[in-house]
Design a protein around this ligand. Structure first.
Ligand SMILES: Cc1cc2nc3c(=O)[nH]c(=O)nc-3n(C[C@H](O)[C@H](O)[C@H](O)COP(=O)(O)OP(=O)(O)OC[C@H]3O[C@@H](n4cnc5c(N)ncnc54)[C@H](O)[C@@H]3O)c2cc1C
Length: 503
């Protein structure tokens, strides 16, 4: 136990193979590395370890290797608030990994991270006030056991080992290759091949322009269209500030504020004047595709903008690929796969050598870890969320689930501040345990699904809603997905509110 421990350590005698830390972080993606930065720089003396099942850091940006993989939101806000982003706003996975690598090196975080450690179970003992974490070392198959006073869950939201592919009739009869972007085969040769990409999200929009030049033709097959924001991959304000030789730390902060201000304005407009906001988005697409292109039905969604994050299309590359004739769009439904392609419900057929299923993720909110509290398996779906980061009946645990409209990392940073504040508060109080509990006035509060599908409804959340905690009728028992209110409410959270129970 480090001297200036965050949480008072009165752990019982442990077997020599068990290592103990004040805090254990699950995952070395952008959230886990951010968490490590908060602990190392703001709580020196706190002992902590990051366990990561993959062979390196990066999470999402390490897992996804399909051609063209890049962010769909800007790196000024997807990057950490404490590390300036100095490149173009939309970045490749390689650039994001380099940025994260610099954060690790500059802050000497590497010594805290154990790669190739897959966590299988986490059990809380109320008697010892400790989590016991059982992991398996992927290189040797050996078991590794850790205890920790506090668990910081940075596991992301989807299973990294496999993507989500629906079952369609006749899939087995297709003679070509079926590929999911999440497990893109290194040997996939798509030169001069006919390709169908099923899906209309950010992944399809990234992949299609990247493969269009080399393949014979690529068709984006979508059931329904999505909104996109095509624009130059540059930020004028950032360029101007650089010309003026302004310090990069300032540029980062100013450009972040400007982007967040504009997003807030646009979000407000999608509620107050949805038609005008929608027309603006469609005009952006039309400007690339020309007046003769059938925006309706291909790029004219029927839902209100902002129910899903709107992907930025740098330099309109998706639309340029369509304009060039190397890519096209089919808005239709799949009847069945055939030996040579896909039979559509409209009666049309699409021929293909390769079919890419850009159909999303398998929601995996607890990192496939078997949780138990005092010997009882945890049913996460039965808990109630406290601001989307703590859960009734789950002690000494904070969970990171970022924003979907705004950049994920904005929330990971806010939660980092919250954890530092909470651990410091516990230390000051001499508390070994903190959990959240419904207060007497909350007991009759109506509970509903974790997120309101009217407000936000991506497929992987809809498929897994039953696995997620419940939401209450008051803001503190909800996961708002609203950065602009949380940036005020999270730092102001009263840690002595009766919703927090300390022991
Ligand atoms: C292709 C793609 C593009 C995206 N683009 C954007 C974007 O532009 N902007 C945006 O805001 N969001 C984007 N997202 C969402 C994105 O996933 C998050 O923004 C962010 O990268 C998530 O970071 P994370 O660290 O929370 O989780 P992840 O990146 O999922 O990392 C979690 C890590 O935890 C590890 N882990 C999980 N379970 C265990 C376990 N049991 N034991 C040990 N380790 C474990 C995993 O191996 C992984 O490395 C994108 C997602 C995808 C898939």
């Amino acid at each position: 136990m480090a001297q200036a421990s965050a949480v008072a350590d009165r752990s019982p005698a442990r077997s020599p193979k068990t290592e103990h830390f004040d805090v254990l972080i699950v995952g070395a993606g952008i959230s886990g590395v951010g968490g490590a930065w908060h602990l190392a720089t703001r709580m020196p003396g706190t002992s902590f370890v990051v366990l990561e099942s993959q062979e390196s850091f990066g999470g999402t940006w390490l897992t996804h290797k399909y051609p063209g993989i890049r962010s769909d939101s800007d790196l000024y806000t997807f990057g950490y608030r404490f590390k300036p982003w100095v490149g173009a706003p939309i970045a490749s996975a390689e650039e994001i990994l380099r940025y994260m690598g610099e954060v690790i090196d500059e802050n000497d975080l590497g010594r805290h991270i154990r790669y190739g450690h897959e966590i299988r179970s986490a059990s809380w003992s109320g008697k010892d006030k400790l989590w016991t974490i059982e992991a398996v070392r992927k290189d040797t198959g050996e078991a590794a056991r850790f205890t920790a006073n506090f668990l910081w869950m940075c596991q992301g939201y989807y299973r990294h080992s496999e993507g989500y592919t629906p079952e369609w009739p006749g899939m087995k009869s297709f003679k070509g290759r079926i590929v999911h972007p999440q497990t893109w085969p290194e040997d996939l040769d798509y030169k001069d091949k006919r390709i169908i990409v099923i899906g209309s999200g950010a992944t399809a929009a990234t992949l299609i322009p990247s493969i269009a030049k080399a393949c014979k033709h690529v068709t984006m097959l979508q059931r329904s269209p999505t909104y996109f924001i095509p624009a130059r991959n540059a930020i004028d304000l950032a360029d101007t500030l650089r010309q003026l030789d302004v310090d990069e730390t300032w540029i980062h902060e100013i450009v972040r504020r400007k982007i967040l201000y504009d997003q807030d304005e646009f979000t407000r407009r999608t509620f107050e004047e949805p038609e005008a906001a929608r027309e603006e988005l469609l005009a952006g697409v039309k400007a690339y595709l020309g007046e003769n292109f059938e925006i309706e039905p291909h790029f004219s969604p029927s839902y209100r903008p902002w129910r899903q994050r709107i992907a930025f299309v740098p330099d309109g590359d998706l639309f340029m690929a369509i304009r060039s004739g190397k890519a096209s769009v089919a808005t239709d439904e799949i009847e069945r796969f055939t030996e040579t392609g896909i039979q559509l419900k409209s009666g049309k057929t699409l021929e293909a050598d390769i079919i890419v299923t850009a159909t999303g993720f398998n929601l995996n909110v607890l990192g496939d870890i078997a949780f138990s509290i005092d010997g009882k398996p945890l049913d996460f779906g039965k808990t109630v969320t406290y601001r989307g980061m703590m859960f009734t009946g789950v002690p000494n645990m904070v969970w990171v689930f970022g924003y979907f409209r705004a950049s994920w990392t904005l929330r990971a940073d806010l939660i980092g501040d919250f954890v530092v504040r909470l651990l410091t508060h516990m230390k000051e109080k001499g508390a070994r345990q903190v959990s959240v509990a419904l207060r007497p006035e909350d007991r009759d509060m109506p509970l509903s699904t974790w997120i309101d599908p009217e407000n936000f409804n991506p497929g992987y959340l809809m498929r897994g809603m039953h696995l997620l905690p419940k939401r209450g009728a008051k803001p503190e028992w909800q996961h708002t997905q609203d950065y602009w209110s949380e940036r005020k409410s999270l730092p102001e959270t009263d840690l002595d509110d009766p919703a927090f129970v300390y022991e």
